[in-house]
Design a binder for this molecule. Structure first.
Ligand code: F0G
Length: 397
C-alpha cells in the first residue's frame, strides 16, 4: 500500500487505514503482466480480472458479483443527442455496486485473520457487508444514521444477521465513531477508506471498457457520496490503460445532490480540498454525506481525467429516476438517478459535445428504497373482480 500524498509504503498485511506519516489516504499498488485475451473465456463476474485483485486467491469470498448488465439506451440517448449506455449495478447480489468492494474486502479480512468486521453506512454498504460477512462466518457490526436509511437496505442488513446500531447523528458522525473503534482494534473497518474495498470496485471500470470492446467511452458519469467509487473506477481504468488494454481514457464526471455537494463545490472553485457540509440533506439518502472520506482521490480522478462535477436538486433526481424507469425500463434508487439527472443538466447546459459516448453508472436497485418509489406514483385504483367495472377503468370514455 502506498500513501497518495507522501508516498510512504506499507505492507499489505498491516491493518492500517490512513498514512502513519501524514494521515492521507492509501492505495493498493497493483500491477499484472497478462494479456487481455485471458479474460475472454472466463465466467462473467468481477473475478474474471483476478490478476488485478491483490488478495489471496485461495479463499475468495464471492457471491458472483460483477458482470452486471451494460444496457444501450437509445431512447434516452437520442433525446439527449448522445450515445448512452447504462451500467446497471443494481443487478449485483445485494442490489448495489458495494458487493464488488465487499468481495475483496471480506476476502482480505479472512487473509488477515480478523473475526469482526464493521462499517458506518447510508444503507447499501451495510447490506452488502452483512451478506458477505455472513458468507464468511464473521461477526458484523454496522452503524446507521437513525431514521435516514431506506427500508430495503435496513431489511437486508438486519436479515443477514448484522448487529445493527442506529446512531443519533448523520453518516459522517457514524463513520467517525466506528473509525475510532476500528483504530482501537475492536473491528476491521470496511468502509471505502479501506483501500481494498476500492480494489473490488475498480472492476466497474474494467467491465465498461471490456463491454465496449476494449475501448474507453468519452465520459463516465456517476453519483458521488463518500467518493470511493469514482476513485476506484478511475484507478481501474488507469490500470488497464497502463497494461496497454485500452489506448484512450474517459472523462470522470461526478454528480452530487445540491444539499450534500462538497466535491462539486470544490471543483467549481478549482480547489484540491473540500469544505465539509455540516448538515447534508437530500432525498437520495445513499449520498447524504457532508465530509467524503475519499475526496482527495475523487478530486484527483476528476482533474486528471479533465472531467467535471455537477450538482442536482432533489426534484431533478426524482424526475430522472422516473424517466429512466419509463423510457428504458431500468429501475434505480434515487442516488443512482443522480447520474442521469446530472447528465441531463450538463447536456442542457451545452457542457458536453453532441454524439459523445457516455456511460452512466447506476449504482443501486429501485427496490432499495420502496417508499420513495411508491410516494412518486399515484395510488392504484381498487376495483371489484368484475369485468365490466375493470373495462370502465381501463377504457374511460
Ligand atoms: N450510489 C449508491 C446507491 C450508494 O449507496 C452510494 C454510497 C453511492 C452511490 C456513492 O458512492 O460513496 O463511493 O461515492 N453509499 C455508501 C453506503 C456511502 O454507506 O452505502 P461513494
Amino acid at each position: 500500500m502506498k500513501c497518495i500524498s507522501c508516498g510512504a509504503e506499507y505492507d499489505n498485511m498491516e491493518i492500517i487505514y490512513t498514512c502513519k506519516e501524514c494521515d492521507s489516504l492509501l492505495e493498493v499498488l497493483c500491477h499484472a503482466e497478462v494479456s487481455r485475451d485471458i479474460f475472454a473465456c472466463r465466467k462473467s463476474t468481477m473475478w474474471k480480472y483476478k490478476e488485478f485483485m491483490p488478495v489471496d486467491h485461495s479463499h475468495i469470498v464471492s457471491l458472483e458479483e460483477g458482470g452486471t448488465p451494460f444496457c444501450h439506451c437509445p431512447q434516452l440517448g437520442d433525446e439527449l443527442g448522445i450515445d448512452l449506455y447504462v451500467k446497471v449495478e443494481g443487478s449485483n447480489p445485494t442490489g448495489s455496486f458495494k458487493d464488488r468492494g465487499m468481495s475483496v474486502g471480506i476476502t482480505k479480512a479472512l487473509e488477515l485473520g480478523v473475526s469482526t468486521v464493521g462499517c458506518a453506512s447510508t444503507g447499501n454498504t451495510s447490506a452488502s457487508l452483512a451478506a458477505y460477512a455472513a458468507r464468511a462466518g464473521l461477526r458484523c457490526i454496522v452503524l446507521l444514521p437513525a431514521g435516514k436509511v431506506a427500508l430495503g437496505k435496513l431489511a437486508q442488513a438486519m436479515f443477514h444477521g448484522a448487529e445493527v446500531v442506529s446512531v443519533r447523528g448523520n453518516f459522517d458522525e457514524a463513520l467517525e465513531t466506528i473509525t475510532a473503534l476500528a483504530l482501537k482494534g475492536e473491528l476491521y473497518l470496511l468502509n471505502s477508506v479501506n483501500p481494498f474495498r476500492l480494489e473490488g470496485q475498480k472492476s466497474i471500470g474494467f467491465e465498461i471498457v471490456d463491454d465496449l470492446g476494449w475501448k474507453s467511452p468519452d465520459r463516465i458519469v456517476l453519483p458521488v457520496g463518500n467518493a470511493g467509487n469514482i476513485s476506484a473506477i478511475w484507478k481501474g481504468i488507469r490500470e488497464f490503460h497502463e497494461a496497454g488494454f485500452i489506448s484512450d481514457l474517459p472523462r470522470m464526471t461526478g454528480i452530487q445532490a445540491e444539499g450534500a455537494a462538497p466535491i462539486a463545490r470544490a471543483v467549481a472553485k478549482g480547489r484540491d480540498d473540500i469544505v465539509p457540509v455540516e448538515n447534508p440533506e437530500t432525498i437520495a439518502t445513499a449520498i447524504r454525506i457532508g465530509a467524503p472520506v475519499s475526496a482527495k482521490k475523487a478530486l484527483r480522478a476528476i482533474y486528471e481525467s479533465d472531467g467535471m462535477a455537477e450538482t442536482v436538486a432533489d426534484e431533478e433526481i426524482l424526475s430522472a429516476q422516473k424517466l429512466l424507469a419509463r423510457t428504458e425500463g431500468i429501475g434505480v434508487e434515487p442516488a443512482s438517478a443522480a447520474s442521469i439527472a446530472g447528465l441531463i443538466k450538463i447536456v442542457d447546459a451545452g457542457k458536453i459535445d453532441k454524439g459523445e459516448q457516455i456511460v452512466c453508472v447506476v449504482t443501486g436497485h429501485l427496490l432499495k428504497d420502496p417508499n420513495t418509489a411508491i410516494n412518486a406514483c399515484t395510488k392504484p385504483v381498487e376495483v371489484d373482480a368484475d369485468v365490466g367495472a375493470l373495462s370502465r377503468i381501463i377504457n374511460p370514455a
